[in-house]
Design a protein. Structure first.
Length: 464
């Protein structure tokens, strides 16, 4: 139609057609011009070759310009995105409806603000692209402000059907459902996102805290896979919601989703909050039956028959120069394994790098261990130390230390735990020597470590 400017795409198509026609006709014209000019060096042939070179140079220049503009657009999008922007921020910056950011919408819903739609889209916007999920969401916002919730709901459901695996679409639809009172559908959609990626955990878990209780989230908002379940559990610990974390822990345990890292974090959180009996029960239930202490013993793996889990209520072996601690089966007091500590004789080592925490109740306790030494030099040997597990303990007790060459012998001490103390730490130690010949070499073996209620006096109070 005269007076109507062609669209950008139509212009490119037209130019492409003309280029194809030129490229097809050019060889014939060049051959004719060459014949008329008497060869390839005629004026018309040279002009044709120059024209081809010029068109190639223009095409390359246009390509470079497009590449530079695209790079500038990406940099601008990154500059506009807030500090610490997630992949969702970048995704939304490149959508056709870039002004409609699903993350911003979800944050508004989380903060309790009313849902704010974009400007009313023209009807032809949706008609021309009926398969674009984001455009169905824009129409839903338009219909919602027009007080047509059923039609808006249809548009959202249609967007989810068109993009069932797109986290931005699912998140925006979930925020819509929560804002309009369809919480169960919102939880199901966010569960899909959690099953697909860890990029949106913080946003989703923040919405969960406002939208549902922990029991509902565990029932409807988490996929049946370990990664999302652990992430939600750790989020509860970071928020110091230990009551909710207890429900999540039971769910994790039943599903066998708990790993060592999760166990350590949970035990540290319980101990830090003073929930000692709960921490002890959690850890004991995790141990295989054959590895659980018996007879009132509060030391786990006291015979070193199994590898330590690294949890705060198990042995923690910390590497240190000039000494090496490891399980050994070459010399034992009982069972099949003991702990071997070997010093290389090159330093005056202050050793306290094998330790375990234990939860007690007030009263009298007996600490025991069996030790053997082989050519353990210096005047300071190896023994045990027990003290209140805090930076500046009010009380501590040391057993005797053993050096030189010694067969298996018993170390023991009776400990009176004050009424206010519940958490103690037991260490295998060697004090630094003040003698001139202070460097320590040789080997010590430790086995059958135990901490039991003393028979001399009944404990003042037992565990609940």
């Amino acid at each position: 139609m005269a007076g109507v400017r062609p669209a950008f795409g139509e212009t490119l198509i037209g130019q492409g057609s003309q280029n194809c026609a030129v490229s097809t006709a050019e060889p014939r014209r060049n051959r004719a011009a060459s014949r008329r000019s008497g060869g390839r060096g005629g004026p018309r042939a040279r002009f044709a070759r120059s024209a081809r070179r010029l068109s190639t140079a223009v095409a390359v220049a246009l390509g470079l310009i497009v590449a530079v503009l695209s790079g500038l657009r990406l940099l601008c999008a990154r500059d506009v995105a807030p500090s610490g922007a997630t992949p969702l921020d970048m995704w939304c910056a490149w959508l056709p409806c870039a002004g409609h950011d699903c993350r911003e919408m979800a944050l508004r819903v989380r903060d309790g603000d009313a849902l704010q739609p974009d400007s009313s889209p023209p009807s032809e916007f949706l008609v021309k692209s009926p398969a674009a999920a984001q455009r169905w969401l824009r129409m839903a916002h338009f219909l919602l402000i027009e007080n047509k919730p059923q039609k808006a709901l249809y548009c959202v459901e249609r967007s989810v059907a068109l993009a069932p695996h797109s986290p931005p679409v699912l998140l925006e639809a979930a925020a819509f459902f929560h804002a309009t009172g369809h919480g169960s559908q919102g939880l199901e959609l966010m569960s899909r996102v959690l099953a697909a990626t860890r990029d949106y955990d913080d946003l989703i878990f923040s919405l969960y805290r406002r939208a549902a209780d922990v029991a509902t989230v565990l029932r409807q908002g988490l996929p049946r896979e370990p990664s999302a379940a652990r992430a939600y559990f750790l989020h509860l610990l970071e928020e110091r919601d230990l009551d909710g974390a207890r429900l999540a822990w039971d769910w994790l345990s039943r599903s066998s989703f708990a790993d060592r890292a999760v166990v350590r974090r949970y035990l540290f959180a319980l101990i830090e909050d003073g929930r000692y009996d709960e921490a002890a029960a959690v850890f004991q239930n995790l141990l295989p039956t054959e590895e659980r202490p018996f007879g009132g013993n509060r030391i786990v793996h006291g015979g070193f028959e199994a590898e330590s889990s690294g949890a705060p209520l198990d042995w923690v072996l910390t590497p240190v120069p000039h000494a090496e601690a490891r399980r050994d089966d070459s010399s034992v007091w009982e069972g099949s394994w003991s702990l071997r500590i070997e010093f290389d004789g090159e330093a005056n080592v202050e050793y306290r790098h094998v330790a375990q925490r234990a939860i007690l109740w007030p009263g009298r306790w007996k600490l025991q261990a069996w030790i053997r030494t082989d050519n353990l030099t210096s005047d300071q040997g190896v023994g045990l130390r027990i003290f209140e597990a805090r930076p500046a303990p009010d009380w501590q007790l040391w057993t005797e230390s053993v050096s030189g060459n010694s067969g298996w012998r018993l170390l023991e001490a009776t400990v009176t735990v004050p009424p206010r103390v519940r958490l103690v730490q037991i260490e295998i130690v060697r004090r630094s020597s003040r003698k001139l010949d202070c460097k320590i070499g040789g080997v010590a073996w430790i086995d059958a470590v135990s901490l039991t209620p003393s028979t001399l006096e009944t404990p003042l109070a037992g565990p609940s």
